[in-house]
Ligand binder design. Structure first.
Ligand SMILES: *Cc1c(COP(=O)(O)O)cnc(C)c1O
Length: 413
């Protein structure tokens, strides 16, 4: 047994340091000791010493050299590290992006004629798959209110095969009752897929809370440096092998250079998430006290949608959250974002640098109300922040300059 196979009993920070560092991947036969990180094994062709060895190494056994599309030790180390962070998992499949991971999972689980139930606060490209890719393959998607079990039940029929959850969801950040939804899904014989990008396995143990397959965009927290893209799907015995075969059939492969960058990011992920979480919560509390702000949507903040579920089920947070402005116009909101001199304007999140983007859930949702119950109908222009590793006080000062620009623009304060 390798050292790392013992490591599920250890704490998450320790596992994050040890995971995936098997000596067979970090050492060289005949030389004592090993390097710390698995080297970058660039390879398409793996060469066998003779025909007997080729015949003795069937293609589809994990950890066997075969051909570059099945990866090599660098990719295997990353897969193993992600598996070790997820209690109940037996394996992790890597994909070239988070979107390809979601597509790869849906194309493994669903068949023509099936119905997929999808949470209404899912990442917009996931929604687009329902309207496009899946529909083209004869699969119907029905959306449901992220916080309403009855709405989920109503979206199900006898053809429903799977449910796609995302908790907290994109833009509006509602935390879902994953254990309750997964139990209801299981009772109907459905497969529960969870996009766990926000929390990562350090903040939410997806399989232990009932998900069958945990999907993540590694582009965000695992990379942590905004310079690399990848996705993953982690699962137990039921689904891991099917996912791997389908990914192989679709030709999904990730480069060893990128896998090495992801492993580097993974080693500091807990530190970064803890720092971002503390800074984001302080900024969320400051925002809540600003007269221009109607609502702060931050799972770590008391009163935010699903905060009690976050408290019950999660072991950490991250720097991504949204806030909604009181009244105003899209132009005033643009002026606010333009004045955020310490925030980049850009998609994506989870890097060391802070980012801001407009958030307009009303234009996306189809199965649940926006603005949320209790909010003024005029309060609809949102801003999503990804809090990075800058000093919190500097980010607050930058936001203050943003609100000054908003007020100069004549928005109601
Ligand atoms: C970014 C994101 C994805 C997609 O990841 P990519 O690596 O950019 O393809 C999936 N889900 C969520 C929640 C995301 O924020």
């Amino acid at each position: 047994m390798s050292k790392s196979e013992n490591s599920k009993a250890l704490g998450p920070a320790t596992r994050g340091v040890l995971a995936g560092r098997r000596e067979e991947w970090t050492g060289t036969p005949g030389h004592p000791g090993a390097v710390v990180n698995p080297p970058v094994w660039r390879a398409s062709t793996h060469i066998y010493p003779d025909m007997a060895a080729m015949r003795a190494h069937p293609a589809n056994v994990d950890g066997n050299f075969y051909y570059g599309r099945r990866g090599g030790p660098t990719q295997w180390a990353l897969s193993e590290a992600l598996t070790e962070l997820e209690p109940g998992a037996v394996g992790t499949v890597l994909y070239p992006s988070g979107v390809s991971a979601i597509a790869g999972v849906l194309l493994t689980v669903l068949r023509p004629g099936d119905v997929l139930a999808m949470t209404d606060n899912a990442y917009e490209p996931s929604r687009a798959m329902g309207r496009g890719l899946l529909r083209d393959f004869g699969i119907e998607t029905r959306w449901f209110d992220p916080q309403d079990l009855a709405s989920f039940e109503a979206a199900c029929c006898d053809r429903t095969r799977a449910v796609l959850l995302e908790s907290p969801g994109s833009l509006t950040m509602e935390v879902q009752d994953v254990p309750a939804l997964a139990a209801a899904a299981k009772a109907r014989g459905l497969v529960t897929i969870l996009d766990n990008t926000w929390a990562s396995p350090l903040g939410f143990s997806a399989l232990a809370h009932g998900a069958d397959i945990a999907v993540m965009s590694l582009t965000k927290h695992v990379s942590g440096h905004s310079d690399c893209m990848m996705g993953s799907a982690t699962a137990g015995e039921d689904w891991y092998r099917k996912l791997r075969l389908r990914a192989q059939g679709l030709g999904n492969v990730v480069s060893p250079d990128d896998a090495s960058l992801m492993l580097r990011g993974l080693r500091t992920m807990k530190l970064r998430l803890d720092a971002e979480t503390a800074s984001a919560l302080a900024i969320a509390q400051w925002l809540e006290a600003q007269p221009q702000v109607a609502r702060v949507l931050c799972p770590m903040l008391p009163g935010s949608p699903g905060h009690m579920l976050w408290q019950r089920d999660f072991t950490g947070g991250c720097g991504l959250f949204s806030f909604v402005l009181k009244g105003g116009t899209p132009d005033a909101r643009d002026a606010l974002i333009d004045a955020l001199d310490l925030f980049g304007i850009g998609y994506s999140w989870g890097g060391f640098e802070s980012l801001a983007t407009p958030a307009d859930p009303a234009s996306i949702r189809t199965a649940s109300a926006w603005p949320l119950a209790g909010m003024d109908d005029a309060d609809r222009y949102g801003v999503r922040l990804s809090i990075g590793l800058e000093d919190t006080a500097d980010l607050i000062a930058s936001l203050d300059r943003g609100f000054a620009a908003w007020s100069r623009h004549g928005a109601r304060a």
